[in-house]
Write a protein of this length. Structure first.
Length: 200
């Protein structure tokens, strides 16, 4: 058994995800963030960037109830989820964006979620630069689509470029919190930035 597989088998969050029907342990990170920052309310319009395999969309759908909308985007395919609109494609390209516009039907977004991470190459500086780039894309998307009272939750890895990204987000939003959920592995450099109230 590989070290990764051993760690997965021993991970209590992996076990809980299986037992509770979530597609990935990441579901518990979003639940913790919600408990701390009250992200969800009934009737919201939520966009989940880099959604596959779909655990964040599952949590979002549960927490906004039957009203509202969850729109998930990813360049990878995702198994269908009841109550979630999935758009396969790169959200920087015209066609997926047109699909998103149609799904939103002229409404602004209340919550943008991004748990995006680059495919890890093992080359630290390169992986870090791509992680920051994905977070910058999520920020640009949020500033274009969020309602003024909306919230952005974005994963980013601490390291080169993190402080500059944090400054950018603070320039765009009135309130920015740095969170490290208990469900994040202790050795991981990942943190989540929770930003609310866009500056006009």
């Amino acid at each position: 058994m590989t070290n990764w597989k051993k760690r997965q088998e021993a991970d209590p969050y992996v076990k809980r995800a299986r037992e509770q029907g979530y597609r990935a342990r990441a579901a518990f990170k979003l639940m913790e963030l919600d408990e701390k920052d009250r992200l969800f309310r009934p009737g919201q319009r939520v966009v989940d960037l880099g959604a596959a395999p779909g655990s964040w969309s599952q949590v979002a759908r549960e927490r906004i109830g039957g009203s509202g909308a969850v729109i998930a985007l990813d360049i990878l395919p995702m198994e269908p989820l009841e109550g979630v609109t999935f758009i396969e494609g790169d959200f920087r390209e015209d066609e997926p964006l047109a699909e998103l516009e149609a799904a939103l039907d002229g409404s602004r977004v209340d919550l943008v979620l991004s748990d995006m991470a680059p495919n890890i190459s093992g080359v630290g500086p390169s992986d870090q630069a791509r992680s920051i780039y994905l977070a910058e894309l999520a920020l640009a998307f949020a500033t274009d689509w969020l309602d003024i009272s909306g919230v952005l939750v974005v994963k980013v890895f601490q390291g080169e470029g993190f402080d500059a990204l944090l400054r950018q987000i603070r320039e765009a939003f009135q309130i920015v919190k740095v969170r490290k959920p208990r469900a994040s592995r202790a050795e991981s450099r990942e943190v989540y930035l929770v930003a609310r109230r866009l500056k006009s």
